[in-house]
Design a protein around this ligand. Sequence first.
Ligand SMILES: *Cc1c(COP(=O)(O)O)cnc(C)c1O
Length: 457
Amino acid sequence: MQNLFRKLPKVDILMNNKELSSIKDKLSYNAFYELVTKEIQIFRDKIKSGLITDFTTDDVIKCTLNSAKKYDRNNLKKIINGTGVIIHTNLGRSIINKRIFNRVSEIATSYNNLEYQLSTGKRGNRNSHVEAILCKLTGAEGALVVNNNAAAVVICLNEFAKGGNSIVSRGELVEIGGSFRIPEIMELSGAQLKEVGTTNKTHIQDYEKAIDENTALILKVHTSNFKILGFTESVENKEIASLGKKKNILTMEDLGSGVLVDFSKYGVTKEPTVQESIASGIDIVTISGDKLLGGPQCGIILGKKELIERLKKNPYLRAFRVDKLVLSTLEMTLDLYLDEREAIKEIPTLRMITEKSENVLEKANKLYEALLEIGIKTTIAKTRAKIGGGSMPEETVPSYAIRFQGNPETLEKFFREGDINIIGRIHENNFIIDMKTIFNEDIPVIVEKAKLLKELV
Ligand SMILES: *Cc1c(COP(=O)(O)O)cnc(C)c1O
């Protein structure tokens, strides 16, 4: 037994072992040290109880590698999106450019000037890091960032409409998802809802007639996740804005997705841009950070200087504020928009939306070939990928998918579960992986997973 104890590797030997270097990269020094000492202790206990009569250092290394696997088992983890839905709320919405996130990690893992003015050595304002660039990009006089667009709407209604009524078209009383319903948000903010018009038609006279001495705000809501087709009419921003000016009433638009580029230039259906909303004269515009803008989760409020200054004093702001991770990611994402070509190339959401279908076909061919090489025969199907995210309803872009043979439900479950999680979709009774939302580096991982498929069938 003494001999066996002597055979136990020293902690530093294990910590410098080459085979364990992959874990070393993943864990902090302390966590790695703890893992290694624990593993040695397990072997010591086994020797003591006579459970093992011999072992090698290699055995200890193998067991350490195995124990390290639990560090890959976090609940929230990377998955591969084969659904073809670009902005998928359940799969994390917009994803962040890797180079940006590396720079963010430097800020997040060190102290930073989040609320500190380097020029004066005094307390600063966290919003100041992004306000100027937001104004420059959108044409607004002031800007404020909060936790998400829902929070943006709540704080605006609370500040500008509390105690009064807000006029909203019946065609725009939407539910965005979860429990974000305009009437309920209105109530929460202390504002009273005054509905005008009908589901399919609202005219400027409807708004004008509804204005009374208690009217605080006219609110427009972008109907981002559904479409009313046929005999419809809604009022343009410009008309709302000039009615507001004439009657001395604030106007606001919950724009939702927040596009900063004109997609029609890239062959995608045009979505009203933030710049156009601001230019129309609407006093306040709110957007999401992680939909078509392609940034981190946040809500952005844009508008007249004095209105933004009022919001900065609203008590809700303390509850809705964002942290250094969000602000630095947002600042770097916005920075790309200073050159639209950069934004299209570097912001994953924009890149996928505008990506040429030949590119997608190329990725499909690559995966097709790689699967064929391991003996799995698939076919390539033409599909339409969705922009999604409650941003552009029904809006799709051309794409290609890998179509598997076999029971679609079994295949869907197989790819979804386990260590590697690939979420595909069932299309015309086949399981498919849509290549629009697949990255080149995902392809070998999909193949790795598909190798196990051969054992299944
Ligand atoms: C998405 C959306 C919201 C909610 O935005 P979050 O950033 O998810 O809070 C609100 N209004 C509209 C019109 C939207 O499209």
